[in-house]
Design a protein around this ligand. Sequence first.
Ligand code: GLC
Length: 724
Amino acid sequence: MPPSRRVRALIDGLSWAEKLGQLQIVFRPSLHEAKQLVRGGIGSVFWPRSSAAVNALQRVAVEETRLGIPVLVGLDVVHGHRTTAPIPLAQAATFDRDLVRELARLAAAEARSAGVTWTFSPMIDVSRDPRWGRVAEGFGEDVYITAEMGRAMVRGYHGEELAASDAIAATAKHFVAYGQPEGGRDYNTADASEHRLRNVHLEPFRAAVETGAAAVMASFNTVDGRPMHANRRLLTDVLKSEWGFDGIVVGDADGVRNLIPHRVAADLADAVRLAYGAGLDVEMGGAPSDLNPSELAPDRLDPARLDDAVGRVLALKEALGLFDDPYVPEADERTEPTHEARRLVRTAAARSAVLLKNDGTLPLRRPRRVLVTGPYAESADHLGAWTQSFAAPAGSIADELGERMPQAELRVAPGVRFLDDDASGIPLVVAAAREADIVLVFAGEPSSLTGEAASRSDLRLPGRQEELIRAIAGTGTPFVVVLETGRPLVVADWIDRAPAVIVAWHGGTEAAAAIVDILLGDAEPSGRLPMSFPRSSAQVPIHYAHELTGRPATVGGTLDETSVDIGLHGPDNVHEKYTSKYLDLELGPQFAFGHGSGYATFVHGAPRISADTVRLETLEAGAHVVVEVEVTNTSSRPGDEVVQAYLEDVVASVAPPVRRLVAFERRTVEPGATVTVSFELGTAELGFWSTDSAPARFVVEPGLFRIHIGSRLERTQAVELVVR
Ligand code: GLC
């Protein structure tokens, strides 16, 4: 979109040095230093921790610089500002787009009231490798869910218009393929074929751009051997030229400086020139300001490229209304969660919780003697990765249980800590367990083991938690395990002995209340796994939408609760030598993508399709087929069912995934009631990116498709569709 008259005039009026200032965002801890930066012409800063400080910086920008251009104020508002929502991986587990958008709306309102105008979120890196700590910040292994939740967050942050007092500019990050680092090690090489780039990693970003994301952040990794901060083909040819992205491409923190250790830049000047030339618009870290201006003179940097970048930055400032009113009403700053905010994040935390297994022990039936144990029993560490120091604190589960179970005789004995090797507390817990009617074990990984630069090689519970669980199992007292985590964990060494297990993720400010809501049956644990739980750390990367291979190992029999991988179900050949398997590990994940259930029970009718044959031309003209299914709540309590539709392309020009999610809908169903869930399927669902030619083309190929509808992968019924 051409720049407005105001932006055009500013571009023409800015000096070369002032233009370079607009193309950086810099962090400075002190307000005094930040003022100096702004006085010197820096166009964007990190949030200085209050609306008053933001106004002070804006006054410097407006009154003390030559052209008075206000600054953008950036911050990682990833899953909340003052009120912390469940981590994004947990939000994906809700399979609830509307809820994810509502949570982003809340975050935007709180952040904008504090003067934040630009967030570095949503993180939409698809990942199938839970060793990578940043899976906590994304939406898991599935392309469709990641794209849908990314859209929902962008819509939530942006609201009706960016100039509104409750809107912040969204940044889709980290572009691209950052979620596939070799070895699961953060920042590592993430090489991907064009086929996988197009059909997995790029797709959520294309959706975010289509939804109007204001910015895209370049990632730290290389693709095709090129660091993304200097990858012209993807930053410019694909993102800007092919997709028409007219927002800002912002670097990740020091990502431009990192081009030197990537060894594609000889020095900082080389790195800066490479990055802007590749299509980066705003450098994060201040590298250009650290250089001698002659290094970045107009004869060393393409003036047209820089004017384009400046135009993008000024256009965002204009869209945010900053030229009309750069100040924020300090009296309106929301510094504490409201009652409504707490209720919303509590609902989200309950909806994100996944009931992995339950022999009927849950919901609790008012037991008298309750032992509360595990490192999360008294911890307040429920906020997860990307939580800011100024966020409202969470409470402890032990305190919440004390309030909510006044009739019970509660005993609290954590037994072990998260990380250390000390198991001396376990005997006391065992003795107490023998005297209890039920043991509630609150285990998991602390927030510090999740997020950026937090890759783990061993996905089991850290410290001596597994030993604690096994010791409790040995007492014979019924027990429940609640796992708080930022990633899928390996639970193989104890899961079979646990009567009931819930994954509560890192649920945010109201996590304790939500967990107790679920334990007491006041809320439904109705989340579904957005990432497979591997049987072993050595099994990753692992995901459901895999190719079958030319020599699939398959198991026969019925698909059981813990679900083998759906693509590995068939004639029992797992003992044949030349098939794709491990000699020392069962097939498939411990728990598959989409796994989970609630306390309510549902029955699905036979799915129906509006036509079993459709002409390709008709689809390409915009027609859809409709698949629908009746869902009945056969229990005595209301419940949420998540109906999922998986596509099977039976034969294609490239090896298709055994299944891929193309639609989902969460529905609340009253006891005894029946609802009809229907999905429209057209080219967007049936097609894929063919990379036989450049650029890639989105195609639907004639042939047989099966649409598998159900409550989870191993519980579906199929209808067939022929495209001819
Ligand atoms: C970090 C993260 C990125 C974040 C940025 C600014 O290194 O990679 O997600 O937005 O720095 O905090």
